[in-house]
Design a protein around this ligand. Structure first.
Ligand code: FPP
Length: 276
């Protein structure tokens, strides 16, 4: 938190927002669906590529800000398994931007002790993109701070299919296929995000109320925050406001809020309600 406050200039209104945060109740893991690049470009009569290009700076800001708050993980949805359906030129722009980002940001990742992970079917990426990505992951693999997960050629269903196949392959290798039983832990430990906490907060920009095949297993209990702001316009103030909103939520994970006494009281209230 201190690192975040130190990075905000005196007089910047973001300071008020940062000071309002409860450092004890920060999310461990934030996931973001970065949406609206195309609309941002269209509003300015620019090609879609310009929207993607303008989307790189908010990526940098989010990574820096989450690392300063010492979150365990930040996961960004950069390219879905469905995004191959886009025109080839747009897909190539996205690869160029990703490579540009990796080259430019590697020093920032190292300075901030950030470990880069790629989530998705990375083998299907163009060779040069995969090589850069793997190199960056390798070079940051000893970092012990925040995990920056880039979801690339990612799909939530594809991830589950890959997880099940991984479980089956392991069982075949160990000769345990005949008595294989699967529980939630087996699945969690076979996902691309194994070893990381599930996202506490899922942010989506551009106002769409969808999860778009993102982290389907992991967001079971995530708090959702949708903002109308388009991704290229997403600033630190938007991120801080999303976290402040998250801190107001009552996370019950299917249980009841507060003390056992409060829960007992609620039972008494419910008991007074006539049955339907
Ligand atoms: C969705 O907007 C955005 C994407 C499919 C790509 C996200 C990519 C970036 C932010 C560029 C840089 C990324 C990294 C990791 C360096 P959209 O094109 O679907 O927007 P629209 O719904 O308005 O058309």
């Amino acid at each position: 938190m201190l690192a975040l406050l130190e990075s905000i200039r005196p007089g910047d209104p973001d300071r008020e927002l940062a000071l309002a945060l409860d450092p004890e109740r920060l999310p461990s893991h934030i996931a973001i669906i970065m949406d609206g690049n195309g609309r941002w470009a269209r509003q300015r009569s620019l090609p879609r590529a310009a929207g993607h290009k303008a989307g790189v700076d908010p990526v940098r800001m989010s990574v820096e800000c989450c690392a300063q708050m010492r979150l365990r993980a930040l996961t960004l949805y950069a390219f879905s398994v469905e995004n191959w359906k886009r025109p080839r030129a747009e897909v190539e722009t996205l690869w160029r931007l990703l490579r540009f980002y990796l080259h430019r940001e590697l020093p920032l990742l190292q300075e901030n002790n950030i470990r880069l992970n790629a989530l998705g079917r990375i083998d299907a990426l163009p060779g040069i993109v995969r090589d850069d990505l793997e190199e960056c992951c390798l070079r940051t693999s000893r970092n012990t701070g925040m995990n920056l997960n880039l979801a690339i050629n990612y799909g939530g269903r594809a991830e589950l299919v890959d997880a099940f196949n991984r479980i089956l392959d392991r069982a075949r290798l160990d000769g345990t296929l005949g008595r294989l039983t699967i529980d939630e832990e087996t699945i969690s430990n076979s996902l691309y995000t194994r070893g990381m906490p599930d996202p506490d907060l899922l942010i989506r920009t551009s106002g769409e109320m969808r999860v778009s095949n993102f982290l389907l297993w992991q967001i079971a209990y995530a708090e959702l925050y949708v903002t109308d702001t388009l991704w290229p316009d997403f600033r630190r103030s938007h991120l801080l406001r999303a976290i402040l909103d998250y801190q107001k939520r009552d996370r019950r994970f299917g249980g009841l809020t507060g003390s056992p006494e409060a829960a007992e009281e609620r039972l008494v209230e419910v008991a007074g309600v006539p049955e339907a």
